[in-house]
Design a protein around this ligand. Structure first.
Ligand SMILES: NC(=O)c1ccc[n+]([C@@H]2O[C@H](COP(=O)([O-])OP(=O)(O)OC[C@H]3O[C@@H](n4cnc5c(N)ncnc54)[C@H](O)[C@@H]3O)[C@@H](O)[C@H]2O)c1
Length: 312
């Protein structure tokens, strides 16, 4: 029998890539999404065998109960994602990012594995020179990181689950996000020939969105060996300061100027160096490079709407 995966938030930046990866990998997918950004990012899967779509809100208990019927595993991506949106609406952030996950963990049958998508921002602001492993202390600062941290604790406590603490993603997706750091810098470089960087010494880690989709698929395929674990997912070669990242992006865009200016500060002040060695020990290593991702994004932003009054 074809294994069926419930993916919530399936029309999002990661979900839109993951759905195709799972269908290609021989899984059936039940995709749930409230389409809060008006996305049409799953349209091209509609005719594919094994694809089902349910439009609805993951806070709706009846909808979640019905969506869980006859699925083998769950990838609950639905969330308000990132510190800025969660700070603007902390009540909705808590309801979607934590309470809906706790409800899902309660409603699912114990045999239904949960692969939880956490963020590595739960490591917070760490001392320079230290390297975060899964055993490092957690210090979530923003509402976003706090709600994701509490959801991870709940999911792991419920058993038959695993958590991926994922780096900031980059790359093209049918639900494009220009607010993610690499995507944002490339967009700025392509459209304004300049990148303004604040908190330029803060260290961050990155991973390609298709590597994230491959990793989730790997977890589903190797659940027997991986369940119960917590795994950092990032590209080890991409532990960079924001300033270094901006210079890297600028090196791909002739004439691009980088300006270091403390015009604001990160809401969660996160800064860390991440090791993904534990995941490598389970057979998965992210393989798409930052440089290839920057080139991919340059192509993507050729197709992206621009202000007719822009200066490039
Ligand atoms: N993008 C990253 O860099 C990153 C890094 C680490 C972890 N994550 C995690 O990965 C997951 C996906 O992130 P993303 O970048 O694809 O974000 P996204 O905002 O593109 O996707 C979230 C999806 O959830 C849907 N959604 C939101 N509220 C909902 C609700 N109440 N009911 C049903 N659907 C709802 C949205 O319509 C959207 O399609 C999130 O859980 C996020 O915390 C993302």
């Amino acid at each position: 029998m074809t294994p069926r995966i419930l993916v919530t938030g399936a029309a999002g930046y990661l979900g839109s890539v993951l759905v195709g990866r799972l269908l290609d990998g021989g899984f059936a997918v039940r995709a749930v999404d409230a389409l809060i950004y008006g996305q049409t990012s799953l349209l091209h899967y509609c005719g594919q065998a094994g694809f089902e779509f349910v439009r609805g809100d993951v806070r709706n208990e009846d909808l979640v109960q019905q969506s869980l019927s006859a699925v083998d595993a769950i990838v609950p991506l639905a969330a308000l994602v990132g510190a800025p949106v969660c700070s603007r609406d902390p009540w909705s952030a808590r309801a979607v990012n934590f309470e809906a996950i706790a409800m899902l963990a309660r409603l699912r049958s114990p045999s239904q594995l949960i692969v939880f998508p956490n963020t590595n921002s739960i490591y917070g602001h760490t001392a320079s020179g230290s390297v975060c492993t899964e055993d490092s202390p957690l210090a979530p600062v923003s509402v976003y990181a706090q709600t994701k941290y509490e959801a991870e604790q709940t999911v792991l406590g419920a058993g038959n689950s695993l958590s991926l603490r994922m780096a900031t993603m980059f790359g093209a997706s049918a639900r494009m996000r220009t607010d993610l750091l690499v995507n944002d810098f490339v967009y700025s470089a392509c459209t304004a020939r300049s990148i303004v960087v604040f908190d330029h010494t803060f260290r961050r880690n990155f991973v390609h969105v298709r590597d994230a989709a491959d990793c989730i698929t790997h977890c589903l395929e190797n659940a027997g060996d991986m369940a119960g674990g917590v795994y950092n997912l990032g590209l080890d070669e991409s532990n960079l300061t924001k300033g270094e990242l901006a210079m890297r992006v600028a090196s791909h865009v002739p004439g691009c100027h980088v300006e270091l200016a403390q015009i604001e500060t990160d809401p969660d002040r996160r800064s860390y160096t991440i090791s993904s060695a534990a995941l490598a020990g389970k057979g998965f290593v992210a393989r798409r490079s930052l440089d290839a991702g920057i080139e991919e994004l340059k192509t993507a932003f050729e197709m992206w709407p621009r202000s007719r009054f822009g200066n490039v």
